[in-house]
Unconditional design. Structure first.
Length: 143
């Protein structure tokens, strides 16, 4: 249980670092870039606020778990549940395949309208495929 408690503390620290570094990076970039359209600034602000809110909610959840031994034990049992772990694995495997297929279709469709968008999606597809292959190779060696 102590090992699980350390994991929760580490996740809390990661969320704290994410919130601080993201906010600092946002304000530094806002000062350095002046000719950015308002739409882009608004979208980036929304992404930052949304990410910070998610991190804050997760930090609160971690604090609750660290203060309440009963909830910590429930979370530990839930994290070790084999059925939930298998569902997560299958979900991610299926989601990865569907995402790669949809990106491939988007590349074909956008190729008729914008080369830039099509090439950007192609780069995304290439990186995503590479990540899937590297993670697969990692787990084949690990397990």
């Amino acid at each position: 249980m102590e090992k699980f408690k350390k994991i929760i503390k580490f996740r809390f620290q990661l969320c704290t670092m994410y919130m601080c570094s993201g906010t600092i990076l946002y304000f530094v970039l806002q000062r350095l870039t002046e000719n950015v359209p308002d739409f882009s600034k608004g979208m980036l602000t929304g992404l930052l606020v949304g990410g910070d809110l998610l991190a804050l909610v997760y930090m609160i959840r971690c604090c609750v778990l660290l203060r309440d031994e009963k909830k910590l034990k429930e979370a530990y049992i839930k994290s070790k549940d084999e059925r939930n772990n298998e569902i997560s694995k299958e979900t991610m495997r299926t989601a990865s395949v569907i995402t790669l297929m949809c990106t491939g279709l988007a590349i074909i469709i956008t190729g008729f309208f914008s080369i830039t968008v099509s090439l950007t999606l192609f780069a995304d597809l290439t990186v995503s495929t590479l990540i899937v292959l590297l993670v697969n190779a990692f787990y084949k060696k690990k397990m």
